[in-house]
Design a protein around this ligand. Structure first.
Ligand SMILES: C[C@H](O)[C@H](O)[C@@H](O)C(=O)CO
Ligand SMILES: [Mn+2]
Length: 438
C-alpha cells in the first residue's frame, strides 16, 4: 500500500468522522468498542467438520458440508496454519472455537468419554502465543454411538452415559482453557437427537435429555473459566419430523437452570429470525450465545454475508447494549470455496455489521420511535445506509494492520498456490488422483 493510499484512507476517515459527528456519533469511540469484541471463530470451517479422530469418516448428525475445494487442512498443524492466515486478515483479536474431535492424542486411541485437557495442550500453547481465547464443544456426532441419531436422549442407558461422560469431560477441558488463557471458555452442547418421521412419544426423549443435562451440569465449575451453553435446533437431515432439543426445550432448560442459550441463525423456520428473539431472551437470561450463520432454504451453514438479518442482529446488540451479555460465535462450513476466504469473509462481515450498527444514530431513532415519529425513524434508517461506513471500516483495517478492502484476497490466493494446492497434490499422489488445478 503506497503512502498515497494511506493518506487517502486517513483523509476519507476524517471526512466520515466529521459527518458522523454531526449526527452524534463518535467514530473513535465506536472503533474502541469494536476492538474489544472477540468473535469466536469456528475451527471446523477449515477441514469440513472432520476433526483428527477419524478425518476420513462420515460427517453425521444431520449436518452437511458440500463442495470439494482443494486444500482442506488434514491435521492440527495445517489447521492452525490456516487459522493463522485467516486471523492475519481479520481486524481485532478473537477466540477460536474447537470441537472435541480436534483433540491431539499422539496417535493413541482415546474415546470421547476419556478425553482430557492435556489432549488440547498444543491448542492452548498456540492460543497463548497469538493472544487468542478458546471456546469448546463436545462432539456428539460422527461416532458409532450416535449412529442411531440419538445421544443424550437415547433409550439405552449405556449410550446416554457415554455421552454424559463425554460432555462432563468437555466441560473440564473448557475449564482448562479458561484457567490457562484467562478468558472464559464457552462450552456449548448441541446434540443431533431426533427422528426422521412421525414421533409418538415426544416427551420421553426430552425427559431423558433433561436428566442427562442435569447429570452433566452437577459438577459446579467456576464461570470465570467455563460457561455452559446449550444449543437448540429445528431439524436436521434425518431429524426432519422431531428434534428432542428444540428451541422450546432449551429455552425452558436454560431459564430454569441459568445456562446460556445458543441461538443459531440456521435453526429456525425460514420465516423466523434470530434477531427478533434476542431482546426477549436477553430479558430473562443472564447471557446469550449466537451462532452467526446463513441458512439458504435450510440450515445450510452458508458463509455469513452482509445481509439484512446480520444487520438486524448487530442492531439488536447495539440498541439494547447487549455486548456484555452476548457471546458472538460463527457457525458455517462451506467447502465449495477457499476455506480461509470463508473465514475471512464471514468474520469481517460480522465485525463490519457490528461497526455499522454502532454508527447508527440509535438515540435519535429511539426518540423518534418513542414520540411516534415513524417518518423520521424510517427516513433516518434509510439515509444512514448511504453514510460512509466504508471509510470508517477501511481506516479500522488500516489501524489494525490488516489488508484494506479486497486486498486480503490476493494474500489468500497466494497462500492457496504456495500451500494449499500442495496438500491436494500430496493427497493425489497417495490416492493416484491428479492434483486439482484452479
Ligand atoms: C459443528 C457445530 O457443533 C454444529 O454446526 C452445531 O453448532 C449446529 O449448528 C448444528 O446444526
Ligand atoms: Mn450452530
Amino acid at each position: 500500500m503506497t503512502t498515497t493510499d494511506i493518506r487517502r484512507i486517513e483523509e476519507a476517515y476524517q471526512q466520515a468522522k466529521e459527518l458522523y459527528a454531526k449526527i452524534g456519533i463518535d467514530t473513535e469511540k465506536v472503533l474502541e468498542t469494536l476492538e474489544r469484541i472477540r468473535i469466536s471463530i469456528h475451527c471446523w470451517q477449515g477441514d469440513d467438520v472432520r476433526g483428527f479422530e477419524n478425518a476420513d469418516g462420515e460427517l453425521t448428525g444431520g449436518i452437511q458440508t458440500t463442495g470439494n475445494h482443494p486444500g482442506r487442512a488434514r491435521n492440527a498443524d495445517e489447521l492452525r496454519a490456516d487459522l493463522e492466515k485467516a486471523l492475519s486478515l481479520i481486524p481485532g483479536t478473537h477466540k477460536v472455537n474447537l470441537h472435541a474431535i480436534y483433540a491431539e492424542t499422539a496417535g493413541e486411541k482415546v474415546d470421547r468419554n476419556q478425553l482430557k485437557p492435556h489432549h488440547f495442550q498444543n491448542w492452548v500453547e498456540w492460543a497463548k502465543k497469538h493472544g487468542l481465547g478458546l471456546d469448546f464443544n463436545p462432539t456428539c456426532f460422527s461416532h458409532e454411538f450416535s449412529d442411531e441419531g440419538l445421544t443424550l436422549s437415547h433409550p439405552k442407558k449405556e449410550i446416554r452415559e457415554f455421552w454424559v461422560e463425554h460432555c462432563k469431560a468437555s466441560r473440564r477441558i473448557g475449564e482448562y482453557f479458561g484457567k490457562e488463557l484467562g478468558i472464559p471458555c464457552v462450552t456449548n452442547i448441541w446434540v443431533p437427537d431426533g427422528f426422521k418421521d412421525i414421533t409418538i412419544d415426544k416427551l420421553g426423549p426430552r425427559k431423558r435429555l433433561q436428566e442427562s443435562l442435569d447429570t452433566i451440569f452437577e459438577e459446579k465449575l467456576d464461570e470465570n473459566y467455563n460457561v455452559d451453553a446449550v444449543e437448540s435446533k429445528l431439524f436436521g437431515i434425518g431429524s426432519e419430523s422431531y428434534v428432542v432439543g428444540s428451541h422450546e426445550f432449551y429455552m425452558g432448560y436454560s431459564l430454569k437452570n441459568n445456562k446460556v442459550l445458543c441461538l443459531d441463525v440456521g435453526h429456525f423456520h425460514p420465516t423466523e429470525t434470530v434477531s427478533n428473539k434476542i431482546s426477549s431472551m436477553a430479558l430473562f437470561l443472564d447471557k446469550l450465545l449466537l451462532h452467526v450463520s446463513r441458512p439458504v432454504r435450510w440450515d445450510s451453514d452458508h458463509v455469513v454475508i452482509m445481509d439484512d438479518e446480520l444487520m438486524e442482529i448487530a442492531r439488536e446488540l447495539v440498541v439494547n447494549d447487549l455486548f456484555d451479555k452476548t457471546y458472538i460465535a460463527l457457525d458455517f462450513f462451506d467447502a465449495s470455496i477457499n476455506r480461509i476466504a470463508a473465514w475471512v469473509i464471514g468474520t469481517r462481515n460480522t465485525i463490519k455489521a457490528l461497526m455499522r450498527a454502532m454508527l447508527e444514530p440509535t438515540n435519535t431513532l429511539k426518540e423518534a420511535e418513542l414520540s411516534g415519529d415513524f417518518t423520521t425513524r424510517l427516513a433516518l434508517l434509510e439515509e444512514i445506509k448511504s453514510y460512509p461506513f466504508g471509510a470508517v471500516w477501511d481506516y479500522y483495517c488500516l489501524k489494525k494492520n490488516v489488508p484494506v478492502r479486497e486486498a486480503w484476497l490476493q494474500e489468500v490466493k497466494a497462500y492457496e498456490k504456495e500451500v494449499l494446492l500442495d496438500r491436494d497434490h500430496a493427497r493425489g499422489e497417495e490416492e493416484g488422483e491428479p492434483a486439482c488445478s484452479l
